[in-house]
Design a binder for this molecule. Structure first.
Ligand SMILES: *[C@@H]1O[C@H](CO)[C@@H](O)[C@H](O)[C@H]1NC(C)=O
Ligand SMILES: *[C@@H]1O[C@H](CO)[C@@H](O)[C@H](O)[C@H]1NC(C)=O
Length: 267
């Protein structure tokens, strides 16, 4: 039967800062020696910052290139109504989700984030008779999913929360360890206490997760990672392979499809 997160307080991060770690973190504690921490976290942090910098620069250059006469805010408002829906359905503790973000979604967003309305939805199951949810890789995965949904809710700017999500899922076996959440939050300018409030019993995290899982069910999506573009399945990454990718699974293919749809929408 589905286990309910809020009935498992030891799975939550303690709200006060004194702090016993959840028992399932302990076997991995030795992995966070300062030196490994440096290699595992700081180098990816630098690479992510470089990617985010080019994301900002690309958005800035595109706006000026396409619409030099309009002010920044007018252009931003016009663009909102034209954005192409791009959605991925994932499980946070899944290697295919990591590959999908790293190899396709993040590099695509670096190029076309200004043309895309991006959504990340989660795959799991909900108990129709209660508000319980369960996740394939256990309660830790449900908590990880909640943390990512909370980040997107509190920081709607996709450059921030998608960077954070990629940071977390790059180290998916360690989700939802507090060390990982804190270091990814710090890297992306996210306030850990806001995430912690959102995943607490009184927070909205569990409700966000339930709606997100129901959304994936509504679209009959069961594989992590399923990429849907403008409502259609565009590509699936599953078992370490891409399939159901009619237009190709390369970044340039997806970038091209997004640009074509965006240009059609504006004509
Ligand atoms: C973006 O997509 C979500 C669903 O994924 C939808 O609820 C929202 O209204 C969309 N936003 C815009 C600006 O189209
Ligand atoms: C999902 O599957 C059900 C049952 O097979 C079908 O009725 C429904 O139209 C499907 N929904 C979508 C969005 O494909």
């Amino acid at each position: 039967m589905a286990s309910r997160y809020s009935r498992l307080p030891e799975d939550k991060f303690p709200v006060s800062a004194s702090l016993r770690k959840p028992s399932y973190e302990q076997p991995r504690a030795e992995r966070y020696t300062p030196q490994r921490q440096w290699i595992r976290r700081i180098i990816p942090a630098i690479l992510t910052l470089v990617a985010l910098f080019s994301l900002f620069r690309a958005a800035f250059v595109c706006r000026h290139h396409y619409d030099p006469a309009k002010s920044f805010s007018q252009v931003a408002v016009d663009e909102d109504s034209e954005k192409v829906p791009l959605e991925i359905h994932v499980m946070s503790k899944c290697p295919d989700a990591r590959d999908c973000l790293r190899d396709l979604i993040l590099p695509t967003m670096v190029e076309v984030s200004d043309k895309v309305n991006f959504t990340m939805s989660f795959i799991g199951s909900v108990d129709p008779k209660s508000d319980a949810v369960s996740c394939k890789h256990g309660p830790g995965e449900c908590l990880g999913n909640e943390i990512l949904l909370c980040a997107a809710k509190v920081y709607p700017d996709v450059k921030i929360w998608l960077g954070f999500a990629n940071c977390m899922i790059s180290d998916y076996p360690d989700i939802p360890n507090r060390d990982l959440v804190e270091s990814c939050a710090m890297e992306h300018g996210i306030d850990f206490s806001k995430l912690n409030g959102c995943i607490s019993d009184e927070g909205e995290g569990i409700g966000l997760l339930r709606s997100s899982i129901e959304r994936s069910e509504e679209y009959n999506v069961t594989k992590s990672c399923t990429v849907r573009l403008a409502g259609e399945v565009r590509c699936v990454r599953d078992g370490g392979k891409w399939y159901d990718c009619p237009g190709g699974s390369a970044v340039k293919d997806l970038v091209g499809d997004v640009s074509d749809l965006y240009n059609k929408g504006t004509n």
